[in-house]
Design a protein around this ligand. Structure first.
Ligand code: PMP
Length: 427
């Protein structure tokens, strides 16, 4: 029973491993955009295993690819040749713009960002790194240095030379929400940080293309493009963290950075590319990729045949089922529905996001923007009671995060909006 599992977790798992909900649910099965608990109760999955289940739970083609590979061979490491890693790298490179063609497979987003840090420093010979305030780039010591905000960090010296620039948050930042120049203005903070907070020479600038854990924050138009120009002027590389925003979720484009007109030299990805299996990658140009070949650099599980079989199937399903287009269509329906809810519920301060990466920020007062954290927690619990699972986050825990599998239907979207309406009405 769920109670027994909870008791085992309490006794044998590190207490850092937390669970959602006052009375946690146990999930024993998944199909498409739905999850089922041990009693057979169905929930709409509005969070996709933290933005990871991109094409739906247990997609038949993805399962067939992974299971078929499991039965032949699971693991060899890259010291022997296997077709899957080579073919998957080729297929992934075909999805990338420009000269981003060379892939290094690892197992998690944190590892991918660690590797990108290493590559950028080795290639440029520079030390200083810049990331954004409220960013989340991972929980390993190196990637945690990129991660900002005290709730996600430990008070230990990281020693990784990372400075954090102002977060380009249109809702809470100093420039007006309609300021057409906001992208350029926020990027000026990157420039002054380079001047006054670093040696003047930069190894890399890291940014999520849409800030995920920090509250689904979409940057003002052109922000990344302008920030990238300042970083390049200081000799640095630009790294796009596509762990959440990539593979079609943003709707209008396959990669989040493309929505910003920015062209990074390094792209890190994880979560959605594997649809649930440990799979992550760093993609860069042939020129930059060469830098790691001067030493032995190795990853035991990276690019293993099973993960690559699954990753290949995921790319194919996104294409064949038109899931990027679906993200755009159903995402627009959801956003419109949330905006209508905002007319009715004063608690909604902001509705934002792109495609199926959406956030609804709750505030006690629209003028002061005081975060409605307790209310958000209550809405989140009620949604669960009504059969809808979503995420909750942002710095003050007052942002509802809606990032379902990309196969969400219009009917599911109606259910999601209706459920949220009832939950908000109960406050
Ligand atoms: N980057 C981003 C944008 C993320 O959201 C996360 C995970 N939430 C990571 C990196 C770290 O990924 P992982 O948990 O797979 O190490």
């Amino acid at each position: 029973s769920a109670e027994e599992v909870l008791a085992l977790r309490k006794e044998f798992l590190n207490p850092a491993i937390f669970h959602y909900y006052k009375k946690p649910i146990m999930v024993v099965e998944g199909k498409g955009q739905y999850l089922f608990d041990e009693t057979g109760r169905r929930y709409l999955d509005g969070f996709g295993g933290i933005v990871t289940v991109s094409v739906g739970h247990c997609h038949p083609q993805v399962m067939a690819a992974a299971n078929g590979q499991n039965e032949r061979i699971q693991h060899t490491t890259t010291i022997y040749l296997h077709p899957n890693i080579a073919l998957y790298a080729k297929e992934l490179a075909a999805k990338m713009p420009g000269d981003l063609k060379v892939v290094y497979f690892v197992n998690s987003g944190s590892e991918a960002n660690d590797l990108a840090m290493l590559m950028a420093r080795a290639y440029t010979g520079n030390y200083d790194l810049i990331a954004l305030r409220n960013a989340y780039h991972g929980g390993s010591p190196a990637s945690m240095a990129l991660t900002s905000h005290h709730t996600w960090k430990f008070n230990v010296p990281h020693g990784f030379g990372v400075q954090h620039a102002q977060m380009p948050d249109m809702y809470r930042g100093p420039f007006g929400i309609d300021d057409a120049e906001a992208g350029r203005k926020y990027a000026e903070d990157v420039q002054s940080l380079i001047r006054f907070g670093t040696s003047g020479k930069v190894a890399a600038f890291f940014a999520e293309s849409i800030q995920g854990v920090g509250g689904t924050v979409v940057f003002p138009e052109g922000y990344l493009k302008h920030a990238y120009e300042h970083v390049r002027a200081a000799g640095g590389l630009c790294v796009a963290d596509e762990v959440q925003a990539g593979v079609g979720r943003a709707g209008t484009h396959y990669w989040g950075f493309e929505t910003q007109g920015g062209m990074p030299e390094i792209v890190t990805m994880a979560k959605g590319i594997g649809n649930g299996c440990p799979l992550a990658a760093v993609v860069t140009t042939p020129e930059i990729a060469k830098v790691l070949a001067s030493r032995i650099h190795f990853n035991t599980f990276g690019g293993n045949p099973v993960s690559c079989a699954q990753g290949r199937a995921v790319l194919e399903v996104i294409e064949r089922e038109g899931l990027q287009e679906n993200s755009l269509r159903v995402g627009a329906q959801l956003k419109e529905g949330f905006l209508k809810l905002a007319e009715k519920h004063d608690l909604i301060g902001d509705v934002r996001g792109m495609g199926l990466m959406l956030g609804v920020e709750l505030v006690k007062d629209r003028k002061t923007k005081e975060p409605a954290s307790a209310e958000c927690a209550q809405v989140f619990e009620t949604c669960k009671e009504l059969g809808l699972l979503i995420g909750k986050g942002g710095l003050n825990g007052n942002v509802l995060r809606i990032k379902p599998p990309m196969c969400l239907t219009g009917e599911d979207a109606d259910f999601l909006i209706g459920t949220l309406d009832v939950a908000l009405g109960g406050i």
